[in-house]
Write a protein that binds this ligand. Structure first.
Ligand code: ZN
Length: 138
């Protein structure tokens, strides 16, 4: 069994962003040489997510609106977590959108369903953060 590990770094310009990382994961899969197996992609920070969905700007806007309804950033004093920092909403958003995805690899390609793409979801940005990519198989 082969194994391939890489950490990707992000530093978003805005506090909240969705970034399509599908082509990066595809490049790493090619580099790994693995044809059959699995790839795990996970956010390494508790205020960021990795998830799979459609690459459609309207949908991303809808996600953002929905997340702000579920866990509004303001007023910051509504959260017990917000003492020396004010990112309680980002922790909750990460919990909703998830930590990681696993994608099957078949014949050297990510075995997606229709329209599936991998995204990094940032909820407390403007600082350096990492995503782990781990590929195992043959
Ligand atoms: Zn925090």
């Amino acid at each position: 069994m082969k194994s391939f590990t890489k950490e990707l770094w992000f530093e978003t310009k805005r506090p909240k962003e969705f970034i399509n990382i599908t082509s990066t994961v595809e490049e790493l899969l090619k580099e790994s040489g693995i044809k059959e197996g699995f790839v795990l992609v996970n956010a390494m920070h508790i205020t960021a997510s990795v998830f799979i969905n459609d690459d459609e700007s309207g949908l991303h806007h809808d996600f953002d609106k929905w997340l702000e309804k579920m866990a509004p950033h303001d007023p910051v004093n509504q959260y017990h977590h917000n003492t020396y920092e004010t990112n309680a909403d980002a922790h909750i958003k990460r919990q909703i959108m998830g930590r990681e995805v696993v994608v099957a690899i078949t014949e050297g390609k990510l075995h997606f369903g229709p329209w599936e793409q991998i995204f990094y979801g940032e909820f407390d940005g403007c600082r350096r953060k990492r995503v782990l990519v781990k590929i195992i198989g043959e």
